[in-house]
Design a protein around this ligand. Sequence first.
Ligand code: GLN
Length: 542
Amino acid sequence: MNKYIFVTGGVCSSLGKGVAASSLGALLEGRGLNVRMIKCDPYINVDAGTMSPYQHGEVYVTDDGGETDLDLGNYARFTGGPLSRANSITTGQVYEAVIRKEREGRYLGRCVQVIPHITDEIKSRILAVSKADADTDVVIVEIGGTVGDIESIPFLEAARQLIHEMGRANALSVHLTLIPEVGEGELKTKPTQHSVKSMQEQGIQPDVLICRAPVLLDEATRRKIALFTNVATEAVFTSYNVDTTIYEVPLLFFEQKLDQVVLKRLGVESRHADLQPWYAMMERFAARSGTVRIAIVGKYMDLHDSYKSVFEALFHAGLESRVAVELVKIDSSRLEDAEDADALLGTSAVDGVLVPGGFGQRGINGMVKAAAWARTHQIPYFGICLGMQVMVIDWARNVLGWEDADSTEFNQDTKHPVVSLLEDQVDVKNYGGTMRLGKWESVAEPDSRFFEAYREKIVSERHRHRYEFANTFRDEMAGSGLRLTGFTTDKSLVEAVEWPDHPWGVGVQFHPEFKSKPTAANPLFRDFIAAVKNVKGSYEGT
Ligand code: GLN
């Protein structure tokens, strides 16, 4: 029988519930178990695809083209189990499904209600993930929001029913709370007591508490918390602040024996923990020396989470090169207004430039300026999706001299639409709609940075875009020196471009950031940062 762990949060948001759930997942995988991660999101949007990155952060894309919450990115960085759109359950999806069934008359005239119909739909979705693979051992279900929120009540109720139905030996409640510090280092347990009471009011007795606190809680504090909450002292853990990296959290939990307590409660026999990849990662972290500064020239710069996976992938790549990566976030519209790119990029002393994905016209010419600057100054450049399209526009405008060259996303009247709609180029029915989403294979040309990075001819990465390199300009682009180094398997679409005679200038139409891990950086990010370090070292004479 599969085991279930429900992770909830109390007191306030942003305590790192996603990192805690993922870290627990990593520990259980370290014990050789097959773990599946699910995020339940109380919002009414059907998926994150329509949410503004300014407000909600990045849209995380799964292999099957699911446009999901960024928490799935955390799962992908900490754990190795498959993730698809089914791993993200939103209130919107649940209600949509129930209302559709009601319209189809499937409830046989009964009054359709939150309990049992909405809760049944939630339960069946959780169980579907659990049963999708015969070899699943543990399912970790993270419930978004904070206990006490109106929106999350149906999810908590579904969790309560599942814990009751499966029995406590098969389903656990892990609750994350905050222990604030008041005055001179005085730690306050009262909010935790109240938070657990709110859980109990929902009919769920937490089995394990993870307390977010400035320092590791001492035995007396843990005992006090245990006394007030009906949780055993041995099951009170601390997620304390570390000045290293969030990727150390699995090891902090391991040292406190979180996995042992959880497995004992669930009656799971497992092998000894193998956390070698995590310890090795921390060794690489400790061995870093020096810093490289990477300009991220994008549109959604105010919210760190908008480019979450890109920033994490840069950090992972830094680990591989044993170098700290400092992010220099530049709103591309500032570059648009700047006298010249050198005034902003040159004086910021950036060692590399990355233009990430994005939609819409604002700031686009600033991105083109950044690409031109990196190209002409021999500064390593990495273009992702829109960042690749920007490379193509720069080349057409500044090398071929087609001043009006543009993507038809930004200018429909240009005589040089060097990037244009997918529909105009291929039969989009093949791609499931107007947006090319999810996993697609690309073929890497030999002798390219693209091939050098993956050391594979066929590369599978995820896509989320509507526009493409325009095939009508292939010959002129390639003829003038722009290297076309990646294609779809049928050669119908260009997937990667590279600058000739340049230390490292690569643009890819897909999003390699989604598959990067702290324990194994994505190959393109790895090589980008390696090139940046190399170039920086060469002019510093090191
Ligand atoms: N806006 C561009 C397109 O739709 C790029 C999308 C992206 O960067 N994800 O093709």
